[in-house]
Write a protein that binds this ligand. Sequence first.
Ligand code: ADP
Length: 204
Amino acid sequence: LKSPYSGGHLEVIVGPMFSGKSEELIRRVTRAVIARQRVQVFKPAIDDRYHESAVASHAGRTVGALAVRDVAGIRAHLSGEGPLLTASRAPAELPDVVGIDEVQFFGPEIVPLALHLADAGVRVILAGLDLDFRAEPFGCMPDLLARAESVEKLTAICTECGAPATRSQRLIGGEPARFDDPVVLVGAQESYEARCRVHHVVLP
Ligand code: ADP
């Protein structure tokens, strides 16, 4: 062997809403903390400011996380201050593990960041929706899935028939959403359910 193994790699956890992506991210991160590894967890912020927050699963488990507005926010806060990923920055200053939840909401710049971290020896664990409410590939996810060393595709339980659910049903006022409905609908009563292929409905 010519040089020691750095361990850096990219793990992606995907599936529809309620499939346990956050639970699985929390499980992996908690084990890394038990192993005394330096761990940082990020998630997208709903508002403009970064803040201390938590990744929470629907079943109620949580782990501390920093909510950030965009990929620049992740770079700025990775393991301390200052611009990250300059040539002078030693990999030793990076955390051992970086976890990101709801990764589908970040822009395409998440891909080079994840790859750079993995190249620098970081174990990168990303969790997010593989499909949007139309069951179309979600933003940066196809790219991340293709580049990951490991992919875990989880299923939820279809609320209509109990089958494994691979899709997120968007409901507006209790009715299936339309294909062209905007992703953010102001003032609408919106909800989501896990559905299988048969029971997932998108109105034309
Ligand atoms: P995700 O991050 O994929 O949205 P979470 O980890 O937040 O999922 O939540 C998963 C948990 O949601 C499950 O362990 C279960 O307790 C609960 N849950 C609620 N509805 C469903 C459903 N239809 N199918 C599976 N789990 C569900």
